[in-house]
Ligand binder design. Structure first.
Ligand code: SF4
Length: 450
């Protein structure tokens, strides 16, 4: 949590010696709080004060990074309980669990299918985030071989699942470099697992099926080994326990600044699910509240697509809608006689109308107005999508140079703008289109002659 200037000032020498370039310690503290100067600029700061400031300035939920620079998964570093308070920063990673005793061909096929899965939504490509390889065989060599097989098909980040430090060591030899998550240290193996995490510079999961006190004690123990990137598994599996435990952990970390639980959480929705549907619902709950890494036991587009889109919605900054660039977009290969349609630069609106025009087989000119990323009705209500603005876009983008007609289709939700728009664009005939994007193909079929 960011410190205030006054809080930082308490740690300073308070001699006002000016060696930092500021007239007083308080002025320096204020600049440090604004992050315009580094605390190390004060040469007289004691080691104890510096350590205390660094600890106090640590985020309430530690950022944990898996994988390599080119394919990394970052989780944690959240600062609010609810998205509307500010925003959520790091979407939970969706990883697929594969078992090391599966036949090599089958294992590689599973990995390839999930690794290649990619779906576009509002201009973004959504994919799986990694794989969890489980040492089901209990054999170190088999585990290492499975890790090798997974890596031959994917460079996505890995979670290595074994309670056996010897098997973990063998798997790490194949998985590093690449910062896999070591899952997991428990009350019996924590010391050896912590040593492996330190030696291989990997994040470490700690697991406890008991009360949160047991988990806290384990975190303390591995922290003393110098491990900073920790992932928590509190053992809660079903809907109720998962919701209450993960909420409790988030609340203690953010509201009470309780450091031992200030880490992202790993979940296993498949372990409490008797069916694919239940696994998907539990995973969806954990996307919302409050998983950092979600280990799925099954992969299929039908299971993963809703989770990815829901995650995108929840982790989109509510104060910064996803936008596209205001411009004229050519749908297909439009001719001089093709329709001209007006829309806003809110991504969801833009991709909905563009997709429907394409699906209906229309080549068209789509004029994307700058509404600061707001949808049609919201922008209209906020005064960002009015007749003047639409007319300005039509003129500035010189759409008249591209077409031989003077007909323009506006969204049905802003039919009220028709009269004003006729005044703003006297050479143009204003057609009021459908309210819903899905109806645009039928509307043009009835009202447009190419
Ligand atoms: S150098 Fe340190 S002690 Fe001196 S004025 Fe700056 S903050 Fe204060």
């Amino acid at each position: 949590m960011a410190l205030t200037g006054i809080e930082i000032y308490k740690f300073l020498p308070k001699t006002n010696c000016k060696k930092c370039g500021f007239p007083t310690c308080l002025a320096f503290a204020m600049k440090v709080a604004q992050k315009t100067v580094n605390i190390t600029t004060c040469p007289d700061l004691s080691a104890e004060s510096r350590a205390a400031l660094e600890a106090a300035g640590r985020p309430p939920i530690q950022l944990v990074t898996l994988g390599s620079d080119s394919k990394k998964l970052e989780v944690g570093n959240e600062t609010v309980m609810f998205r509307h308070e500010k925003t959520f920063f790091h979407p939970p990673g969706l990883v697929l669990r594969v078992k090391d005793n599966a036949p090599a061909d089958s294992l590689q096929q599973q990995v390839q299918a999930a690794a290649e899965y990619k779906v576009e939504r509002v201009g973004r490509f959504l994919t799986m985030d990694g794989f969890a390889v489980e040492n089901t065989s209990k054999d170190a060599a088999t585990f290492a071989k499975a890790v090798e097989a997974v890596k031959s098909k994917s460079d996505l980040p890995l979670v290595l699942i074994s309670q056996d430090p010897a098997a973990m060591e063998a798997a790490l030899a194949k998985a590093t470099p690449g910062r896999p998550l070591i899952y997991a240290a428990n009350k019996d193996n924590w010391e050896k697992m912590a040593d492996l995490a330190v030696k291989n510079k990997c994040p470490l999961a700690v697991s406890s099926n008991g009360a949160l006190d047991d988990l806290t004690a384990l975190v303390d123990q591995v922290s003393k080994k110098g491990i900073e990137e920790i992932v928590l598994d509190p053992g809660a599996r079903d809907f109720g326990p998962s919701l209450s435990t993960l909420t409790q952990i988030r609340r203690l970390a953010l509201k009470k600044n309780f450091r031992p639980l200030g880490y992202p959480v790993i979940t296993f929705p498949g372990e409490a699910a008797a069916s694919l549907d239940t696994e998907a619902m539990l995973a969806a709950q954990q996307v919302a509240k409050y998983a950092g890494i979600i280990v799925l036991d099954h992969f299929s587009p039908a299971l993963v697509y809703p989770l990815l889109t829901m995650r995108l919605n929840i982790y989109t900054d509510p104060q910064k809608p996803i936008q596209v660039t205001p411009q004229i977009v050519q749908i297909g290969t439009p001719k001089a006689t093709s329709p001209v349609c007006i829309t806003t630069n809110f991504s969801l609106t833009y991709f909905a109308i563009a997709g429907e025009l394409e699906a209906a087989g229309w080549a068209a000119w789509l004029v994307v107005c700058d509404t600061e990323g707001l949808s049609v009705l919201t922008a209209w209500a906020a005064g960002k999508f009015d007749a003047e603005k639409i007319a300005k876009s039509v003129k500035n983008f010189k759409i008249a140079d591209n077409v031989s007609h003077r007909n323009v289709v506006i969204p049905g939700h802003v039919a009220v703008l028709r009269g004003e728009l006729e005044e703003e664009l006297p050479d143009w005939k204003i057609l009021v289109g459908p309210r819903e994007a899905v109806d645009v193909g039928g509307f043009l079929k009835q009202n447009w002659k190419n």
